[in-house]
Design a protein around this ligand. Sequence first.
Ligand code: UD1
Length: 392
Amino acid sequence: MKIVVVVGARPNFMKAAPILKAIREFNGMRGEWAGAIQPILVHTGQHYDTKMSDAFFADLEMPVPDVFLGAGSGTHAEQTAEIMKRFDPVLLREKPDVILVVGDVNSTLACALVASKMPSTCRPAIAHVEAGLRSFDRNMPEEINRILTDQLSDFLFVTEESGVRNLRKEGVAASKVHFVGNTMIDSLREYESRAETSPIMRTLDLAKGRYALLTLHRAANVDERESLAEILEGISELSKLMTVVFPAHPRTQKKICELGLGRYFSESIRIVGPLGYLDFLCLMKHARIVVTDSGGIQEETTALGVPCVTARDNTERPVTIDVGTNLLGGTRRDTIAKAIRIQLASKARTSLPDLWDGRAAARIIGILGDRYMPADAMAAHAGTGQIVQNAR
Ligand code: UD1
């Protein structure tokens, strides 16, 4: 089985790393099927700063990409088009059986679209990891990326039950949908103990459970002065109770300067640059509370049992509210402050969503292998106990 794995932006790396590892484990087995999966790792270059990309490859022990497209930033149209133009010849040359895309960023849709338009003689199957999530807010570029990628995909790997329901309502054939769990949580479980060795708490002089962690990068929250100032006002009460550490995305840092909002930041709200995976995981694990507009952090805090306030009006990850630790805080100062108060007063929750057990990537490789590999190969590998069959 030849499989092209696409990554492009920061939140892709921790979702793809466990899949690459599951492939390595398959290939490492003894006997005639050793090396029978040929992975080709393609990095689109949507994120290119060392701190947004290389640092994650190092922390997550990912191999150097086989192909780097260097697409870079731009408007959505420019970025999507540039990735498509650069990915097209790669697929024509490599002719894989499967292309696997993760998440909901522009790279995800751009590469799925290119694959779907390959000539029928060499059109690969498209596998989407994190399929079916819906915020029902089409103002979010990620929502458009999710809907369209799912429409184009042949294998829809779903992280939570809501995804299965959403895809059913959209008329996606049940045979394409596989509820496998969450590869982002595979990474979290794998690196949780190593994250404890991170020096970040000492570097920032923080004590466990006595600081808050903030991340903001969504265009709707950070691009306009009024929206960003409103959220920062919403956390001012929290910043009087404890230090708020704010590892800011380059986009957010740029906007804070352009919009003249530097006055919000001092010792009580401390801006630091983007952090690596292990440092951030360590900070998340020991935070008293996390305030964020990220998708993935809602899930990671649920897995860690850390209270989270999401500075948005909706979430495409409702399981983080239903069984997890997440609460929607909206984007107004009073709603955010209220959500923070509720979370600080509530008891810890520790239940985990179904199948967030660290074995999602093994399920994915099991399902793809059953379709593209000889039964002998899968049987030999099942003997090693590494492949986990679809649980449902
Ligand atoms: C992208 C994803 C978003 C994800 C986020 C995580 C889309 C539509 N959005 O948003 O879903 O949550 O990544 O980070 O794909 N920049 C740098 N260095 C970099 C990358 C970006 O300085 O390495 C700056 C540039 O000014 C760039 C801006 O950030 O124009 C936005 O980058 P872009 O990739 O367009 O979107 P993100 O906001 O990062």
